[in-house]
Design a protein around this ligand. Structure first.
Ligand SMILES: [Mn+2]
Length: 293
């Protein structure tokens, strides 16, 4: 399969090279690096996640499965970014993800800045978004910009009812965002709440979501900066890697129709965060693979 919007990267995620046509899960790098307000460098993230993914075990102990034995996984490569044109770049992202969905496959998107989730989600018809993040990303505009990493979930809500957004691990927002979230009835669980009552929250989520399609958007800054220092806007007070792995094991049992892992900034990483990104993706894939044959 050839996509003119994509630059092929070989080998792909995990160090493997599997044909698109036969795959169930399709990796797509989106090295978007346009709207950062503090620490740029996202453009290097998909390459670093791929590199880490090829250097850790693909067997996931908690699930007792080798991810590549359970799932057919391909990697399309990276979206060709037009650095001066966010709209054009966004259209490419939406088009490619639409095609992946149309072909009955699960898109696994590696950011890039969080802004990409808006364009990815445009390709979905009917989905519940579970958003793991330190930040609520609900500003209507930020520094005069209506579409950027700080407004991405607000823009998603332009297309989706508020009860279809669930925020996990949040611990930072402006007063306006807090009021907006309160008034629109967005469900949210803070990092402290997640640490205190993970089982209760997971049970609630399962009740809310049931069998409906779920899109997971994982901003790596949902983790405490002690565990994931290489992000654009670190926010202390987050969950640990173990807590995130446990959470993903459970979320992976839902009807996941796509996911992204965003906000890795390799120039500010000591190498840890790219490995954390690869590991959490494997954990999620193991959960997905344990359901699908
Ligand atoms: Mn964030």
């Amino acid at each position: 399969m050839k996509f003119e919007e994509v630059t092929p990267v070989r080998p792909g995620f995990g160090g493997f090279d599997f044909p698109y046509e036969k795959s169930q899960v399709v990796f797509l790098g989106v090295p978007l690096d346009i709207t950062s307000s503090y620490r740029p460098g996202y453009r290097f993230a998909p390459a670093k996640i791929r590199e880490a993914s090829a250097n850790i075990e693909t067997y996931v102990m908690s699930a007792g499965v080798d991810v590549f034995e359970k799932l057919n996984i391909s990697d399309l490569g990276d979206i060709v970014i037009t650095p001066t044109d966010l709209k054009l770049t966004g259209e490419k992202i939406t088009r490619v993800v639409k095609k992946i969905l149309h072909d009955g496959k699960i898109p696994a998107v590696m950011g890039g800045e969080h802004t990409i989730s808006y364009f990815v989600l445009k390709a979905f018809d009917d989905v519940t978004v579970i958003h793991l993040d330190a930040h609520r990303d609900l500003r209507d505009e930020y520094l005069g910009d209506r579409l950027c990493h700080a407004t991405v979930m607000r823009r998603v809500l332009d297309q989706l009812p508020a009860d279809r957004l669930i925020q996990l691990g949040v611990r930072s927002c402006s007063k306006d965002e807090a009021e907006f979230a309160e008034n629109s009835g967005i469900r949210a669980y803070t990092s402290e709440h997640l640490i205190k009552e993970p089982e209760k929250i997971i049970a609630n989520l399962k009740k809310i979501v049931k069998n409906s399609e779920v899109y997971l958007s994982i901003d790596l800054d949902v983790l405490d900066p002690a565990f994931a220092p290489g992000v654009s806007t670190p926010e202390p007070g987050g969950i640990s890697t173990v807590e995130l792995l446990r959470l993903l094991r459970e979320l992976g049992k839902l009807n996941i129709s796509g996911f992204d892992v965003v906000e890795l900034v390799p120039p500010h990483d000591d190498g840890t965060t790219s490995f954390v990104a690869a590991r959490i993706i494997y954990e999620l894939l193991a959960a997905l693979g344990s359901k699908k044959r």
